[in-house]
Ligand binder design. Structure first.
Ligand code: FAD
Ligand code: FES
Length: 345
């Protein structure tokens, strides 16, 4: 059995035990402590923290974009990659009081494919039904890791469905990369009735319980968790003012339009603002331009708003800058960067 050490988190004063062969983030999650994280692969920097006391943890492979050498030397670390070999105290740079003790148990599960349809020319809508166990608990906005058969690899995918309906049914929106290990497999091999192994839930892109206005900004498959959050707000009959800015290149990159345009029937203060950056169709009478520019034309003051951003990392970073420029407070900007595993570091 692996040797355990105590990791203490400040300023929250929480202590956990961590096996030497486990990373700190995973050990915390297994003990019901949800620390800030995104990719879990050392790429997004969401879990960056500071070592206050004890030897610097040893890190599995990570990107120096997430943790530059200079920061590592100062004592910063990535909790999703960090292994400890003695007791340490870690300062959490970024944490959410509301989330930290609200973790749902991580479970391994087997699911059967119910449908696997194209929703755009390069995005698929995958629906699975859990078989063993028949349901898992998660917060709207979270994701699971799906195993790629006959490899040691997994990929993360966010649930697009709400947690209340059709227990055990999970819905995903997945972008297809022609050479992508999982997405190409999904596009060319996965059939109804096939079984997939998954583990989860993970993620902190969850709905905060407030009454403020909400701005969603999405691009590409970032649609998935935003759809989940919108459907959840609709199920709850929310009267919050909600605006969804969704950026796509061309009309054929848009999906779930009918559902989104009719969502105001259940969400009375909802507005869907899709924008095309490269409209190739004269019939398009919606917004044109980068989604961040379009948002800037529509919004003037987001000081009191909650913002949720999800999609490819460059879009997420640009949107966070724009939201800050419009007065949104950093602590009320929530985001998931869909980093890709194969990305060059
Ligand atoms: C928290 C989180 C949640 C996520 N949720 C979702 C989600 O809901 N939906 C979703 O679609 N993705 C999601 N992702 C991304 C997902 O996990 C995978 O990384 C992604 O699907 C790519 O996996 P892959 O195995 O298909 O590609 P990989 O084999 O990992 O290849 C990935 C890299 O290769 C590049 N690449 C591959 N083929 C080509 C090609 N022909 N042309 C150009 N570049 C290429 C891609 O740009 C990419 O950088 C999420 C990621 C994170 C971190
Ligand atoms: S770098 Fe740790 S969660 Fe992304």
């Amino acid at each position: 059995m692996a040797v355990k050490h105590v990791v203490r988190f400040e300023p929250v004063g929480i202590e956990i035990e961590v096996d030497e062969d486990q990373n700190i983030l995973r050990a915390a999650a297994e003990q019901g402590i949800t620390l800030m994280h995104g990719c879990k692969e050392g790429q997004c920097s969401s879990c960056k923290s500071f070592v206050l006391d004890g030897e610097d943890p040893e890190l599995d492979k990570y990107s120096t974009f997430a943790l530059p050498d200079s920061e590592k030397e100062e004592g910063y670390t990535l909790l999703c990659r960090a292994h400890v070999y003695e007791d340490v105290t870690i300062e959490l740079l970024n944490y959410d009081e509301e989330m930290i003790r609200s973790g749902k148990p991580i479970q391994e599960a087997v699911a059967e494919v119910v449908s696997n349809e194209l929703v755009t020319h390069d995005m698929r809508h995958l629906v699975v039904k859990l078989v063993e166990p028949q349901d898992i608990e998660y917060w709207p906005g979270q994701y699971v890791d799906i195993a790629i058969p006959n490899t040691e690899e997994t990929r993360s995918f966010s649930m697009a469905n709400t947690t209340s309906k059709d227990g055990g049914r999970l819905e995903f929106v997945i972008k297809v990369y022609p050479d992508g290990l999982f997405s190409n497999f999904l596009n060319t091999k996965v059939q109804v009735g096939d079984r997939l192994d998954l583990v989860g839930p993970f993620g902190v892109f969850t709905l905060r319980d407030r009454e403020s206005d909400i701005v969603f900004v999405g691009g590409g498959a970032g649609m998935a968790p935003i759809l989940c959050l919108l459907r959840t707000l609709a199920e709850r009959g929310s009267t919050r003012k909600v605006t969804y800015y969704y950026g796509a290149r061309t009309k054929r990159d848009l999906c779930f339009e009918d559902e989104l345009h009719s969502l105001f029937e259940t969400l009375p203060n909802f507005r869907f603002v899709p924008a095309l950056s490269m409209p190739d169709d004269d019939t398009w009478d919606g917004e044109v331009g980068l989604i961040t520019d379009v948002m800037k034309q529509h919004e003037t003051d987001l000081a009191e708003a909650d913002s949720y951003v999800c999609g490819p990392p460059p879009m997420v970073e640009a949107a966070i800058d724009m939201l800050s420029g419009l007065g949104a407070s950093d602590k009320n900007i929530y985001y998931d960067k869909f980093t890709t595993t194969g990305e060059p570091t």
